[in-house]
Design a protein around this ligand. Structure first.
Ligand code: ARG
Length: 611
């Protein structure tokens, strides 16, 4: 279970809270705990500005508050606090920990790494494993049929995978779902177009013979033509609408529509599933919109019965406070919409016992999810025990001008590229570009003791770099293969370099005939670089709890960068093998290794074998 004693920050919080309650016994406990926020400090280990709020609530000056708290702080033998520094007039209290308490966390992590069997990337898991696992569903990486994956999909796939990994690591039960767009007008239009042209894949027997399936680019092309035609040919548009509606009861749809639909889904799936998800080593179960089709009538009826859904110009809609336009549940021609499917999906997910539902799409769908969540609350499906969130990703931009070694992902205004505006940048091309960039950098591929072929190696490095580059940005970013593969700065390569150094320390040790790294003695640190690294490492549990709360892998990247930076400084300043401090320093190395390997795992890196 979760070892609270390893979480130094929360332990400091507890001690400070006790001291405050002792100083001001009449204050409400809830208020005290709210005010006692502990932050990392640039000069000490932690700091707190609790005195500001307390001075307001007690009517005393901040100096008076600070002084009385300091009198009450436990610095006894078992306390982790060594001392607190204050300057008159400054309400901030700078908290210093006892070195041996920080060292004990490092020792514990080193021990877990050295005794772990099997996958070392999971060696720290037991510190954080919850004993109250939640049932989570993460809805991510959900492309639409008939269209190639484009660069925009990269973000939801990578972010979604990392969020799943974080929740799994913390001990939750995670279901990964791709809510693919296998229904609706775009799909129906494509089918109509193909049927009108009597394309081979619409004829009997095509499903059984993959050689007759359309290629992803052919599909994209048929869809584009259909879309264009619908604009100039009203009867085609109308027939497509009808087909779309008939597909809502797919089993009773026309035979040729049903047949073509299966081929179209199978060939789209072959196009995006295998090639991209597998290459990126991301697992997700496809449960497309069509899965919920049988539930749409019932959900609509329930909303009508609950008097949430009302008629408006022939359509059935839900009006929401604060929203100008209502949510359309059923159109006047009887067709359901994207929102209806999501209403059915959320109800289905809640009733199948999910506690947390996380949706990941681009920012453009924020309003859609706000509305779906609001209706779900009004309908009584959601309550406070459920956590339902939408995480919007930014956009990948490029402001490069055309040249052989850059990618053009957007127009010069940075306008998002989508397959619907006719100029998709296929995700596969991006992956291949990243690989070819690695191949041109021999220093990335040098001296690797890997079993992998040169191509596998390049692919692994490229994808790690790409994933990291994507995850370390919270919002829109400019794609730059150069900075993505840089040895300096916050990159995957910089982290992999730290790991490579640790591996070389291990080899160096082995070559001297020493095979065991002892973690039995509490390490002692004296150099400032050792102290800085050990403190950064000791923050691991607190960082993980924060990640679980915020589901923001960007924070993980920041943390890993901090650890790697401090490791590189330590490595530069302190000799390790053969020194009197060898045992302490080796513990620092392997604790760092444990943290970095955990990071590789949570960010979805391909095997550490690439280093
Ligand atoms: N297929 C949609 C798209 O490509 C994303 C689906 C997201 N998930 C959901 N439950 N609506 O934009």
């Amino acid at each position: 279970g979760r070892a609270s004693t390893l979480n130094l920050r929360s332990e400091v919080g507890d001690i400070m809270q006790k001291a405050i309650t002792k100083s001001f016994p009449t204050l409400d406990d809830g208020l005290v705990s709210k005010m006692t926020r502990i932050d990392p400090s640039p000069v000490a280990h932690f700091q707190t500005a609790a005195a500001i709020g307390l001075s307001r609530s007690t009517g005393k000056t901040t100096d008076e508050v600070v002084n009385s708290i300091i009198q009450s702080v436990d610095v006894g033998e078992n306390s982790i606090i060594h001392s607190i520094l204050v300057n008159p007039g400054n309400p901030r209290m700078e908290i210093f920990l006892k070195d041996e308490k920080v060292a004990a966390v490092v020792q514990h992590m080193a021990k877990l790494r050295e005794t772990s069997e099997g996958d070392h990337r999971l060696c720290l898991k037991e510190i954080l494993q919850t004993d109250q696992p939640k049932k989570a569903l993460v809805d991510f990486g959900s492309p639409n049929m008939c269209k190639q994956l484009h660069v925009g999909h990269l973000r939801t796939i990578i972010l979604g995978d990392s969020i799943c990994r974080i929740l799994e690591f913390m001990g939750h039960d995670v279901e990964r779902i791709s809510h693919v767009g296998d229904f609706g007008l775009p799909v129906a239009m494509t089918i109509r177009q193909a049927l009108d042209h009597d394309m081979d894949f619409t004829r009997p027997g095509a499903l059984e013979d993959p050689t007759r399936w359309p290629t992803p680019s052919h599909l994209t092309q048929i869809y584009a033509e259909a879309k264009k035609r619908a604009q100039s040919d009203p009867s085609f548009a109308e027939r497509s609408q009808k087909t779309s509606k008939s597909m809502q009861k797919i089993d009773s749809a026309e035979e040729e529509v049903r047949r073509s639909w299966h081929v179209l889904c199978a060939s789209s799936r072959r196009g995006f599933g295998k090639k991209v998800f597998e290459r990126l080593n991301v697992v997700s179960e496809e449960r497309g919109e069509s899965f919920y089709a049988p539930l749409l009538d019932g959900v609509t009826q329930e909303l009508i019965d609950k008097k949430l859904c009302v008629e408006s110009q022939g359509a059935m809609v839900v009006f929401l406070h604060g929203h100008k336009t209502p949510v359309i549940v059923r159109k006047s021609d009887g067709a359901y919409l994207y929102a209806t499917t999501d209403l059915a999906a959320i109800k289905h997910r809640i009733s199948s016992g999910k506690d947390w539902i996380v949706y990941i799409t681009d920012d453009g769908q924020k309003l859609h999810f706000d509305q779906v969540f609001s209706v779900a609350k009004l309908a009584g499906w959601l309550d406070e025990t459920k956590k339902v969130i939408h995480i919007g990703t930014g956009v990948i931009k490029s402001n490069f001008s055309p040249s052989p070694d850059v990618l053009i992902l957007t127009d010069t205004e940075g306008k998002k590229l989508s397959s619907r505006d006719g100029s998709p940048y296929p995700l596969e091309d991006l992956l291949n570009e990243a690989i070819s960039k690695v191949v041109t950098k021999p220093d990335l591929l040098q001296e690797r003791k890997s079993q992998l072929s040169q191509l596998e190696l390049s692919e692994a490095i490229a994808f790690n770099a790409l994933k990291y580059f994507d995850l370390c940005h919270s919002r829109d970013y400019i794609f730059s293969p150069e900075s993505m593969l840089s040895f300096k700065g916050n990159t995957a390569v910089y982290l992999m370099y730290a790991y490579a150094r640790i591996c070389s320390v291990r080899r160096n040790l082995t070559s001297k005939g020493e095979h065991i790294i002892s973690t039995s003695a509490l390490p002692v640190f004296t150099e400032p670089e050792e102290m800085a690294l050990s403190l950064a490492l000791s923050r691991f549990p607190e960082q993980m709890l924060n990640l679980e709360r915020t589901l923001t892998p960007q924070y993980l990247c920041e943390y890993l960068y901090d650890v790697a930076t401090k490791f590189h400084s330590f490595y530069g300043a302190c000799r390790i093998v053969g020194e009197p401090q060898q045992e302490s320093r080796l513990q620092l190395c392997v604790a760092t290794e444990a943290v970095i390997l955990t990071g590789f795992h949570l960010l979805g890196f391909t095997t550490a074998d690439v280093i």
